[in-house]
Design a protein around this ligand. Sequence first.
Ligand code: BEZ
Ligand code: FE
Length: 276
Amino acid sequence: MKYFTEEHSEQAVLGRLSPDVDPRFRQIMESAVRHLHAFVKEVEPTMDEWTRAIQFLTATGQICDDRRQEWILASDTLGVSMLVDAINHRRPDGATENTVLGPFHVSGAPQRANGDSICLDQKGEVCRVSGKVTDEAGRPIAGASVDVWQTNGDGFYDVQQPGEQPSMNMRGLFTTEWDGRYAFVTVKPLPYSIPTDGPVGALLNAMGRHAMRPAHIHFIATAPGYETLVTHIFVKGDPYLESDAVFGVKESLIVDFEPDDGAWKAGFDMKLKKTD
Ligand code: BEZ
Ligand code: FE
């Protein structure tokens, strides 16, 4: 095909793909072009609407820096992060489910002893969290690493309030004991809003959606010979469980936080899948 026509627009573009391109890259580009053209043909955007779309994409890139990743937020709020995660972490029944990593993980959290607190600012309601890391058959995994992080008693991550919260507040790295057990003290998490001061916040608003995530604690569990588990636990009864702004909730990850001697307690066992 020599010239571009509305009818054969995707063939015009795909015809330019060099025969030498990597086959996987070819598959991705062919699909991307086909879907993009089908979308435009279905929607028939006006020139003004297309300009607004380009402005959204531009603003999303421009607000990104080392600490702000608006593209990930866009992917999260459109359900794409959870879809990619689901495709890449199909687990057998019984193995603990993954969920979205989110933008607030920080590597290099301090190593702490089991039973230590991750709360450095004394805000919030004390909560003891404990459980076991095992294989799919329930056999304990000793020496597994359990990286945990969450918002503080005011509902913010330390990296959202530099100078206000102590660095590495509400973060810790634990190692399971001989019987697979880990334990830490924290505060009961609260629901919080994802950042809304950028283009993704404006998009959510335009769609009539809220930006809240239900209360949760993040975990990454790793052990040699097992798939890395990236997950959260969610607080049973939270009002946002069924409308999480980033679609991260899975039923198996909802945990009862129970009153315990003037504080709270929650249990969470993690079953890791062996690597193939
Ligand atoms: C979070 O859980 O921290 C998070 C996840 C996705 C987008 C924004 C925040
Ligand atoms: Fe979070």
